[in-house]
Structure formats: structure tokens, C-alpha cells
Ligand binder design. Structure first.
Ligand code: NAD
Ligand code: WQD
Length: 341
């Protein structure tokens, strides 16, 4: 059985779905601080079977001890965490407590229970302002510019240390680039509870009339059109990478780092243009100053994951945007039906 912390969230729910599709037993632990119970229903509908679900906190050691004792868990996918970069600057202690504290407690409980296989949701943000593109796993980690990024790097460091101390550990640090999109069914996607920080969730709210315009943060970067370039990856490709990592970890020990990206970068304006093409909806833009802490470019070298995991992202930017737009429209429909009743 695989325990997924944060499995009601955007990434964890897609991982749960892929695992269930492969007939794995799944137990989700989530405190629902940034997700809703309905995600579990949606996973169940799509998978045709229910994952186990416990509402609780990954920092709760007693709860973890009980779960690891009472369920036949042999691996953990650790997605639980807070992820809003701007918020982390204002509430650093909450971010360190949740992201570092949660990872520490999880590792302690796993070690005591004798469960040593762990896949961790890390981020390309740990590379900081890396100036050689594409970024491969041997690039040094940088100095993240915000507490969120620091918390991911600190959690990685904890995992590196525990793995060095005991050869039974087998850990995959998955450094995600920019996950976007939704399940092609339109039933599962990202549902930000507050004002979105990331580009695509914000753009989707503009497209659906919830916001007036999209701010483009900086058009004076040294890129082809002056806007920032990122490696956007379809959420289903990303989720499938976790299954490949779990499989690979059965044959490996120590810490393994894998970039999960496509290897191709798109600028903000390229993404907006592509969205307009797939949706037929024009997006109003306003050009603004650069957002503090943003890097100019960031895209992955995905070769190590291809060689060691046999995994490559296969979905295009058009697929990501089509699926994201379908999800946004289905969300709005659900809201209209709720309001009409
Ligand atoms: P999300 O907010 O949708 O999902 C995180 C889930 O964890 C939520 O359901 C939340 O309720 C839960 N959670 C948070 N703290 C918890 C705790 N202490 N105990 C139990 N549950 C808790 O975010 P996501 O986009 O699915 O991200 C998942 C992970 O991937 C996070 O760790 C995030 O930092 C990391 N990550 C995300 C991105 C991205 O762009 N989405 C990029 C890189 C890394
Ligand atoms: C992408 C591009 C912005 C919003 C962040 C975290 C990273 C990881 C993924 C979590 C940039 C531009 C954005 C907007 C814009 N997160 N932009 N207008 O910054 O690459 O990465 O999310 O775990 O750690 O740092 O993603 O989607 O915020 O921005 O012009 O309203 O879009 O400047 O060039 P980012 P993003």
C-alpha cells in the first residue's frame, strides 16, 4: 500500500488516480488546509474504486505511528506542504513548520516503522538562479529567494542526511518544473482556494470572466519576447513520473534526484497565445514590473529521468491548456448549477 500525504491536493490527487489505475492500494492523508473532501469523491469516480482517506496532519507523529502500524504501507509519496511563494515571505514560520517539520516528522515515523521508501515533492526552485540551461540534476542547488524554496531545500537536506545514516533508505527527490493542466476528464484539476499566484490558474480566471486582466510580470527579460520562460509540464505526465520513481526505488538505495520537466521552455506570451488559440477566448494583458525573486528562464534537462526511470513527458502545451480550460469550464458549470438550486 502507498501512503500519499497531501493526496487531496492538485498533484497528490493525480498521483492517487494513476496508482489506483494500476491497482495499487492507496491511503491518502490530508488535513484539507488547501483542498476539499470532494477531491476524494472525484478520484473515486474516475478510478472506479475508493482510496483510503484519513483527514489529519503529517506533523501529527502519533497519527503517523498509528497509520504505519495499522496499514500495510510499504512506500510513501510525500506531497503535503504549503506552496504559495508570496505567502511564505509573510509567514515564514508557518512554512518552515509545515514543510520542514512535516518532512522531519514523517521521516522519523517511517524510520521507526521500518518503511524506507519515500518519494518527495521537491521543486526546481531549489536550483535558485541557475544560469546554465537546461538544468540538470548535477547543477548545484542555489540560494532560494524565499522561505518556501528554502523549506524545500531544507527538507531535501534532511532526506539526504537520513539516507546517508542508514542504507535501508531509498528516496526519490522529484524536482518538479511548472506543473499545469488537469485530468482530461475535466473532473480533477487545480482549485486554488485563494487568489492564484501562478500564471495558468490566474489566466484561467481571466478567461472565465472572474478577473479583468492578466498582469505580465516583466517584458524586459533577455528572452525572445522579453517575458519569462518556464518548463510547463502536464499534471498527468508529472503524476506518472511518480509511479516510475516508485518502481525505480525498489531497485535502488540512497537518494536519487530526478527532474520532472519536459525539457522545453515557453514564454509567458507564448503560453497566452497558445491558450487563446485552443480556447478561442482573448486574454486582456497588462504589462507590469518584474515580480521580485523571479528568474529569467528555467527549463529542465529531463534526460536522467528518461535514462533511469524510462519516463518522458509526452503531452504538449496545447494538451495542457485544452485540459486546463475543460476543467475550468466544468468547475464553472458546477458552480452555476449549485447557485441555480
Ligand atoms: P496543493 O496545495 O494542491 O496540495 C497540497 C496538499 O497538502 C493539500 O491538499 C493540503 O491540504 C495538504 N497539506 C498541506 N499541509 C499539510 C499537512 N501539514 N498535513 C496534511 N496535509 C497537508 O499543492 P500541490 O500543487 O498539489 O503541491 C503538492 C506538493 O508539490 C507540495 O509539497 C508543493 O510544495 C510541491 N510542488 C508543487 C508545485 C506546483 O507548482 N504545484 C511545484 C513544485 C513543487
Ligand atoms: C510563471 C511565469 C512569472 C503570474 C512557482 C514557484 C515554484 C513552483 C511553481 C511551487 C513567470 C509569470 C505569473 C502572473 C505572470 N511552485 N507570471 N503573471 O514562478 O515559475 O514558479 O510555481 O511549488 O517554486 O516559484 O511559476 O506560474 O508563478 O510564473 O506574468 O500573474 O509567469 O513572472 O515568468 P514560477 P508562476
Amino acid at each position: 500500500m502507498i501512503l500519499i500525504t497531501g493526496g487531496a491536493g492538485y498533484i497528490g490527487a493525480h498521483v492517487a488516480l494513476e496508482l489506483l489505475a494500476r491497482n495499487e492500494d492507496v491511503l491518502i492523508l490530508d488535513n484539507l488546509c488547501n483542498s476539499q473532501r470532494s477531491a476524494i469523491e472525484r478520484i473515486s469516480t474516475l478510478a472506479g474504486q475508493r482510496p483510503g482517506f484519513i483527514q489529519g496532519d503529517v506533523r501529527n507523529r502519533r497519527l503517523l505511528d498509528t497509520l504505519l502500524r495499522d496499514y500495510p504501507i510499504d512506500a510513501v509519496v510525500h506531497c503535503a506542504g504549503l506552496k504559495a511563494v508570496g505567502e511564505s515571505v509573510h509567514e515564514p514560520l508557518r512554512y518552515y513548520d509545515n514543510n520542514v517539520g512535516g518532512s522531519l516528522t514523517l521521516c522519523q515515523a517511517m524510520a521507526q516503522a521500518g518503511v524506507f521508501t519515500l518519494v518527495f515533492s521537491s521543486s526546481a526552485t531549489v536550483y535558485g538562479d541557475c544560469c546554465t540551461m537546461p538544468i540538470n540534476e548535477s547543477c548545484a542547488t542555489g540560494q532560494p529567494t524565499n522561505p518556501y524554496g528554502m523549506s524545500k531545500l531544507m527538507a531535501e537536506n534532511i532526506m539526504q542526511s537520513v539516507a546517508s545514516s542508514d542504507p535501508r533508505w531509498s528516496i526519490g527527490l522529484l524536482r518538479y518544473f511548472n506543473p499545469i493542466g488537469a485530468h482530461p476528464s475535466g473532473l480533477l484539476g487545480e482549485a486554488p482556494l485563494n487568489m492564484p499566484n501562478n500564471l495558468l490558474p490566474f489566466l484561467l480566471q481571466v478567461a472565465s470572466g472572474q478577473r479583468e486582466y492578466l498582469s505580465v510580470f516583466g517584458n524586459d527579460y533577455p528572452t525572445a519576447d522579453g517575458t519569462g520562460v518556464r518548463d510547463y509540464i502536464h499534471i498527468v505526465d508529472l503524476a506518472q513520473g511518480h509511479l516510475c520513481a516508485l518502481d525505480a526505488l525498489r531497485e535502488r538505495s540512497g537518494v536519487n534526484i530526478w527532474n520532472l520537466g519536459t525539457g522545453r521552455g515557453y514564454s509567458v506570451l507564448e503560453l497566452v497565445k497558445s491558450f487563446e488559440q485552443v480556447s478561442g477566448v482573448p486574454i486582456a494583458l497588462q504589462f507590469k514590473a518584474r515580480r521580485p525573486g523571479d528568474v529569467t528562464c528555467c527549463w529542465a534537462d529531463p534526460q536522467k529521468a528518461a535514462d533511469e526511470l524510462g519516463w518522458r513527458a509526452s503531452r504538449s502545451l496545447q494538451d495542457m491548456l485544452t485540459d486546463a480550460w475543460r476543467w475550468q469550464c466544468s468547475q464553472l458549470e458546477t458552480e452555476w448549477i449549485r447557485e441555480a438550486n
